[in-house]
Design a protein around this ligand. Structure first.
Ligand SMILES: C[S@@+](CC[C@H](N)C(=O)[O-])C[C@H]1O[C@@H](n2cnc3c(N)ncnc32)[C@H](O)[C@@H]1O
Length: 264
């Protein structure tokens, strides 16, 4: 039994979408059976939205029990109720405008920089921490495009003697990052483009961007970072510059950490 649960938890790391689908289907089956029984045994008819909300709660709880990361809880909770709301209800047009505005301030850099928002996974975080443990005491680290700074804040807590900086230009992730890190004394969040961040001040620069900016970022790192400093890219390669070291993460995104030591 313990081995089965460990297997499911491994699957949650490697194929979270598949497990979320299973959680959804199991919750739909349970709710369908419960509604059928209810309608047979009593005159009470739950509304579609009420049934959807209970289904969402069940799916979120199943997903949590199966070991899905925390943010899947909200996705599982809102998926079916969201479908019901958007398919049936006559929503006022400002709801769609608001949805668009939220997507825009969240994914601000998708168009101009061709870098959308997605987050470093827990496996990458653990490997990053292992790499940082090799750095001298009091090192400095920058996350170039820190998003809502979950990774940055976690690392700052783990290495209290080191200095952590996150730069971000998407308004909503920046605001979340600033709020989350304001009480972490060794962590600073700047509303700043990564292209305006002087990398000379850092021993380690970390990025999880997209293929688009990697060549220019490499040129910037070579021009600014001191000899022996480290550039770590989650997943995306620098064209024609093989990494000095690679850490395979064996997760559902097939991510890896690519590590370069700067020539200076
Ligand atoms: C894929 S997310 C990675 C978030 C975070 N570093 C992590 O690993 O969890 C990339 C982030 O880079 C930000 N970004 C893209 N171009 C940027 C730029 N020129 N300056 C600052 N941030 C940028 C995006 O807004 C996005 O939040």
């Amino acid at each position: 039994m313990g081995e089965k649960i460990r297997g499911i938890r491994r699957l949650a790391n490697q194929r979270p979408a598949l497990l979320a689908l299973l959680a959804q289907l199991a919750a739909i089956a349970l709710i369908a059976a419960a509604v059928y029984l209810l309608t047979q045994l009593s005159p009470w008819r739950p509304s579609a939205l009420a049934a959807g909300l209970v289904q969402g709660l069940l799916a979120a709880s199943f997903g949590h029990w199966l070991g899905l990361p925390r943010w899947w809880w909200w996705l599982n909770l809102g998926f079916v109720p969201g479908l019901l709301l958007f398919s049936g209800a006559q929503l006022p047009s400002w709801v769609f405008l608001l949805g668009f505005a939220v997507l825009l301030v969240l994914n601000w850099n998708s168009l101009g920089e061709r870098v959308p928002l997605y987050l470093t996974g827990s496996r990458s975080r653990r490997q990053l921490a292992a790499l940082l443990a090799r750095q001298p005491h009091g090192f400095s680290f920058v996350d170039l495009g820190c998003g809502p700074a979950g990774t940055l804040r976690g690392l700052a807590r783990q290495f209290p003697a080191a200095r952590f900086v996150g730069v971000e230009t998407a308004p909503l992730p920046f605001a979340l990052a600033w709020l989350r890190c304001r009480r972490q004394p060794n962590c600073e969040i700047r509303y700043q483009s990564l292209w305006r961040c002087d990398l000379a001040a850092f021993d380690v620069a970390y990025c999880f961007l997209s293929p688009a900016p990697m060549a220019a970022l490499w040129a910037k790192a070579c021009a600014e970072m001191p000899a022996g400093a480290t550039l770590i890219s989650n997943t995306f390669e620098v064209p024609d510059v093989p990494a000095d070291e690679q850490v395979e993460l064996d997760d559902w995104r097939q991510s890896r950490l690519l590590i370069w030591r700067l020539p200076g």
